[in-house]
Design a protein around this ligand. Sequence first.
Ligand code: FEO
Length: 405
Amino acid sequence: MASIITKKILDEPELYLIRVNDDEIKYFEATWYIPEGITYNSYLMKLDNAIVLFDTVKKEYAEMFLEELRKIVDLEEITHIIIHHTEPDHTGALSKVLEANGYRAKVLGTAFARNLLEGFYGSEIVKNFQVVKDGEELKIGGKTFRFITVPWLHWPDTMITYVVEDKLIFSCDAGGGYSIPRGIDDSNEDVVKEYLPYVTKYVVTVIGHYHKYIVQNIKKLKKLGIIDNAKMILPGHGLIWRKNPKRIFEHYERIGAGVPEKDKVLVIYDSMYGFVEERMKVVIDELKRLGKKPIVYRFTDRENPAIADILGEVPTAEAIIIGASTFEADIHPRIRYTLFEILDKANYEKPVLIIGAFGWGGVAGRKIETLIARSKFDHVATIESRGRPTEEDREKIREAIKALF
Ligand code: FEO
């Protein structure tokens, strides 16, 4: 069952985290399998003559959110609500908050956000909306709030807020990750180490399609000098970064650039009746013999790994090996869909080896080659043959693997 926690995270300015731990979700955006769950983080800042709420939570948790907020604030006293990004995992509870607030609060966000909010929730929600522009600063409760647009992190509506005097970055999706971390911040290294692979999975699945904007936007924030100076990064999902705030954006940059982990090789294949699998055993043995670390995902009549998990492995792989059956004169459907998502969301300059098996006509290898040729990946070789692999096939596979590195 989902739960909610509230923690005071700063005395000056008085700042609270209100975090929904959603362990009921199965498929984020109705697509990405996340048995690890996710958190929706909202923040409340109490200032002289102003109370500012940063984002909200998903609609399903609105009542729980209001109840929790009431423990720390009279909802009618909230003066400003900053909407960094309108995806309903952050804005689903906004209508309920505004109703409870008597629509007293000014809602701040980009012009794009205003339009999306109106489309999602009706015109009532934007009647007290103030559009802010990139770089604009507003004095609220004696503090300077600077709004910086970071388009496509994760939608075109997205911005972050930098509280200048306190060097706080409220970053919504940017800096977020999946899972329900055991802590609220990065103070415990074990918690961080558990969490970072879920950040990678989140970035690729949610923002991967726009990954060039990750690099561009981080460059923009660095140029403004706010990442190096930040005292705290407060995302809309997952851990708060206060011990080493820069670390989360460095991690994002590595994902954006696809920096590999030494010796990690991603092996993905389908095998209907074991013919591809026999070839992949040769692959895995040869990789191990070369001191590589194969990470294997296979689709069989017993296994159906989550595409989200496979996507999360791509940025840190040195190379990718794809094994595919020819299926109805095409690529096996599981591999076809996996490739579609990889090429869309995790398209990197990494070497790819294709291994294929067929009954009466080899098509999968050629089709995968065509797809790879249109991507950033580098096609190294295709070894495709009929039925069970001969000794000659096995030797060709071993040779092709050596050529990968
Ligand atoms: Fe967490 Fe793009 O919403």
